[in-house]
Design a protein around this ligand. Sequence first.
Ligand code: GNR
Ligand code: NI
Length: 179
Amino acid sequence: MTKRDIIILPDAQLRRVSEPIKTVDAGIRQLADDMLETMYEAPGIGLAAIQIAVPKRLLVLDVSKDDAPKEPMVVINPEIVWESEERSVYQEGCLSIPDFYEDVERPERVRVTFLDREGKPCELEADGILATCLQHEIDHLNGVLFIDHISKLKRDRVVTKFTKQARANARLDKQRKLA
Ligand code: GNR
Ligand code: NI
């Protein structure tokens, strides 16, 4: 397994719509393993392939408690086939928007169809943090970020902050290359 770099705001790749996976082969299983390692290292509870710059409809997650055995999940070509009327609010974060957290309202429960790491069709009804995490990751596959669900004022503020930071880093890189 190999840890990969996570891309962050304002990287335009985060806005891409990812492509369905045609066949679940050894290459896809390798990619899923790399994503799990990257997620556990971060650490995070979920990771979409686009966060390591791979525009495929694949995500991994593990919402098990820190002191419980690991429960890695590989979710390929997910589709939300049902969502509850009932909503709930969770404070979300994102590995592609480090150190920024905000409340997001989403359906409390969802049913999701997907392929597992063997390519077997599966269906799952989720609630709580699993439902939130699945919806957050599926958003990534569609180029949507959790900041798209908060107020424009707060979103603009965080995008500006990360854009300025990226510019400052680019300037520093350039100076280092000249030195
Ligand atoms: O690690 C993560 N924690 C988290 C907390 C609340 C709601 C969603 C998440 S997902 C996030 C990892 C990530 O960025 N996945 O895309
Ligand atoms: Ni995220």
